[in-house]
Write a protein that binds this ligand. Structure first.
Ligand code: SF4
Length: 346
């Protein structure tokens, strides 16, 4: 790999970032804990969505000490709607380690910070460069897209080993005096200019150093093989209301998808099976009135799709403790598909 224009490339990128960067709340701080929170929230989630969550989060938990031991239900409630809930659990476990092992100060070197729960190479590099100004790589999808084009890297980014190539490239290119602006500049360029389908090359500050621009093949990069096929699951969700206007809810398993979140009973629909019968048996419910379907929709996760049909019934269960009032439900953490149903019912 030839880095003949490294100095110029750095300068153009850093100057462009400092001139054009979006005004985002986490760009007003260099507190490593807050940078860490923002980076975890931004994984798999759009910037616009993250902003209000970030603001609420740092207001409620302004320091590692305030967050480290907060009850799980509170932190899930704060994260409600963001998805990928294991992120916040891992974040809390990592922050707890910071409080217990490092006196509340996030480590400023890659070896120690990488030992924290939930901190992968990207998050480590982002916190080290943005909060501490260290020239450390932070390679995410945006960075791989930009650099695959600038440097003409044709390796398949769907393969985990390819990341190393980009990490080495950033280590070579990064501006040691402006590590934060350099890394954020690459990410920002990927988000605003060097976008997946129609890169705005004419507005690009590093066009002069971009091999894909010269070759005219930017949209063919990065190379990425197709993901495995999406799994489809069909569910009937029963909203069971008792004669006091309370609703039947259950807590999901402590492990796996949406762990420990609350939901209305979900029955997987399989050929030849009667969903209502399964509800009656599994939840020990007596159904008195059927109101029919209130909502049909699908919810897409990264690897599977839920096809949901939500139906309202009046009923009662032998176990009274499973029913919750409206006020109680409002305080419980629920995943997005359940919130959608709850909003419809309300
Ligand atoms: Fe991306 Fe075009 Fe800029 Fe190259 S010139 S980095 S392809 S936007």
């Amino acid at each position: 790999m030839n880095y003949e224009y490294t100095e110029e490339f750095r300068k153009e990128l850093v100057e462009w970032f400092n001139r054009e960067k979006r005004d985002l709340p986490w760009r007003h701080t260099i507190d490593p804990y807050k940078i860490w929170v923002s980076e975890v929230m931004l994984q798999q989630t759009r910037v616009d969505t993250v902003i209000p969550y970030y603001n609420r989060f740092v207001e409620k938990f302004p320091t590692p000490q305030t967050f480290a031991y907060a009850p799980e239900e509170d932190i899930l409630k704060m994260w409600e709607g963001l998805g990928y809930y294991s992120r916040v659990r891992n974040l809390q476990a990592g922050v707890r380690e910071v409080v217990e092992t490092y006196g509340g100060v996030v480590p400023n070197n890659r070896v120690d910070i990488s030992k924290l729960k939930g901190v992968g190479p990207y998050t480590a590099g982002a916190v080290l460069s943005i909060a501490y100004g260290r020239p450390e790589h932070a390679v995410d999808g945006n960075v791989m897209r930009v650099l695959s084009r600038v440097l003409h890297i044709y390796d398949d980014i769907a393969l985990p080993k390819t990341k190393k190539i980009f990490e080495e490239a950033v280590t070579e290119l990064i501006d040691p005096n402006n590590a934060s602006s350099f890394n954020q500049g690459l990410m920002e360029l990927g988000a605003l200019i060097c976008t997946p389908t129609s890169p705005k090359c004419l507005l690009c500050p590093v066009r002069e150093y971009c091999r894909a621009f010269e070759a005219g093949d930017a949209t063919e990069l990065p190379v990425k093989t197709k993901k495995t096929k999406m799994k489809n699951l069909h569910y009937k969700v029963y909203i069971v209301r008792d004669n006091e206007g309370r609703y039947l809810l259950e807590k999901r398993d402590a492990n796996g998808l949406l762990a420990n979140m609350w939901q209305f009973p979900m029955i997987e629909m399989k050929k030849g099976e009667d969903a209502l019968n399964k509800l009656i048996q599994q939840y020990d419910v007596k159904v008195k009135v059927k109101h029919g379907t209130v909502l049909t929709f699908k919810h897409i996760f990264s690897h599977l799709t839920w096809h949901i049909e939500a139906e309202l019934v009046e009923g009662e269960a032998t176990n009274d403790e499973k029913f919750f009032t409206r006020e109680q439900i409002e305080r419980l953490p629920m995943p997005v598909p359940m919130l959608k149903i709850w909003n419809e019912i309300k």
